[in-house]
Design a protein around this ligand. Structure first.
Ligand code: PLP
Length: 484
């Protein structure tokens, strides 16, 4: 029988990994039924490599991305992630693994996961870490589920979780998905938890307290120990939303100040580019008494051998297939190994210095309602522009004309016309100064020519969209029209 070779030689894939030589035995006509075989070569449209490349470069340049310009999207930590992480991360030893491969063939990958668990535990002051959840919100869901199961293991069914009114929207959602009622506590004038209000509402029905620290106002909650004392007095658990961990790396460990559970956003703090929905990493760390509740598997080590521990006594079970997003973990590992302890501290220092620099330069132009020394982000208000009929939305749109991504707007809800700015640790002073100039120019435009703001953006490929209509009449179906 004749052998047909599909690939003459072994073929090198994108990562340099060779695909094996591919052969089929026999003639094509004997293998596929005659009625499905083509009689003629199909008339496929052809475009040259150069034209194709220009096409894609042109459409990519219409977009905004971190390599092109500043991205001060508060709460999202849209920092620049060094390309070396992606290069190392594309090594075939990392990308060409199969989740069902025997453990002795993936010792290197297991070592990466194990050491990442250990490093995150050290950074957060927790006893153990599970890397399985794949987003911050997913980590929250798993963490709150641990709270539920912790009380259940004592034969109790508690119904309430307390959180401040500055909480990120995913916090109440994670509680609701775990069938808890959310009790909101007001922030005081400093943007912190009102301790007296907490004392009034605490009771034996409280399962836990959820806190983002630093919070969404960029304010560091200095009373965590006091809050923890109150919550622990009824055996409630303290959950920290660790999405803003870049502000305290190497300086403060959540486990040292009274938190029992924390989630990490590997894609925010530890170097996976994000936006557009993933993939992410939302591993969680817990204190000693909760280790047995962690989602499985976690990676363990016995002498020099690494293995998955699939069965943990009180585990809440699996929250994702297999072990989560391995390549996001590998990026975090590379990033942590490159920075080391000193580098991590500098991340925190620069994130805080950059935010404070911007806030100090902008506060006389854009009032800051909770004006403190902030951590990694701050929230200004566009309320004073109402007299020109200019809204925060208009300011955000005008920034696009100056080549900046808009900050997060209308969040947190407790600030009217909120403009939430997070410069991150990776921006230079020149970039920050250019942003300040643009913001001040927009302030002047609001006074002298408000119409220009209301019609912005004027220089982008797409102008002002009707965002409400886009949400209410969402149509993402591709419809073929012969005239296209
Ligand atoms: C981003 C963020 C989350 C949610 O994380 P995802 O990875 O987007 O699910 C939760 N809390 C805070 C404070 C955040 O900034």
């Amino acid at each position: 029988m004749e052998t047909k070779t599909i690939f003459e030689k072994s073929v090198k894939g994108r990562t340099g990994y060779s695909l094996p030589k591919c052969e089929i035995k026999g003639d094509i006509k004997d293998i596929f039924p005659a009625k499905i075989l083509r009689k003629e070569i199909p008339n496929l449209p052809e475009v040259s490599e150069l034209d194709t490349m220009r096409h894609y470069i042109e459409i990519s340049a219409k977009n905004h991305f971190i390599e092109k310009g500043f991205y001060p999207l508060g709460s999202c930590t849209m920092k620049y992630n060094p390309k070396i992480n992606d290069i190392v991360n594309a090594l075939p030893g990392l990308t060409h693994l199969h989740p069902y491969q025997p453990e002795d063939t993936i010792q290197g990958a297991l070592q990466i996961m194990y050491e990442l668990q250990e490093m995150l535990a050290e950074i957060s002051g927790m006893a153990a870490v599970s890397l399985q959840p794949v987003a911050g919100a997913h980590g929250e869901f798993a963490g709150v589920n641990i709270i539920y199961n912790y009380h259940k293991s004592k034969g109790e069914k508690r119904t309430k979780i307390i959180m401040p009114d500055s909480a990120h929207g995913t916090n109440p959602a994670s509680c609701a998905l775990n069938s808890f009622d959310v009790v909101e506590i007001k922030s005081n004038a400093e943007g912190k938890v009102d301790i007296d209000a907490l004392r009034e509402i605490i009771d034996e029905d409280v399962a836990g307290f959820m806190l983002t620290n630093p919070n969404t106002l960029g304010v560091f909650e200095t009373n965590v120990k006091k809050i923890a004392e109150i919550v622990h007095s009824v055996d409630g658990l303290m959950y920290m939303d660790g999405a803003n961990l870049n502000a305290m790396l190497g300086y403060i460990r959540p486990g040292d100040i009274g938190f029992d559970i924390v989630h990490f956003n590997l894609h925010k703090t530890f170097s996976t580019p994000h936006g557009g929905g993933g993939p992410g990493g939302g591993g969680i760390g817990v204190t000693k008494k909760l280790v047995d509740f962690l989602p499985a598997p976690v990676v363990k080590r016995e002498e020099e051998k690494y293995y998955f521990e699939h069965i943990i006594k009180n585990s809440i079970g699996k929250v994702h297939s297999f072990y989560g997003n391995f390549l996001v973990m590998a990026r975090a590992y590379i990033y942590l190994k490159m920075l080391g302890e000193k580098g991590l501290r500098r991340v925190a220092e620069n994130a805080v210095i950059n935010a404070n620099y911007l806030m100090t330069k902008l506060k006389t132009h854009f009032p800051i309602p909770y004006q403190r020394d902030v951590m990694h982000e701050f929230v200004a208000s566009g309320e004073k522009f109402k007299k020109y009929e200019v809204k925060t939305l208009d300011i955000a749109k005008r920034l696009l004309d100056y080549g900046f991504h808009a900050p997060t707007i209308y969040f947190p809800l407790i600030v009217h016309e909120a403009i939430m700015i997070e410069p991150t640790e990776t921006e230079s002073k020149e970039t920050l100064d250019n942003f300040i100039k643009a913001m001040i120019r927009i302030e002047k435009e609001a006074e002298s020519n408000p119409e220009i703001l209301k019609n912005a953006p004027l220089n982008t490929p797409v102008g002002r969209l009707d965002e409400t209509a886009a949400i209410k009449n969402l149509n993402i179906k591709f419809e073929f029209s012969p005239n296209m």
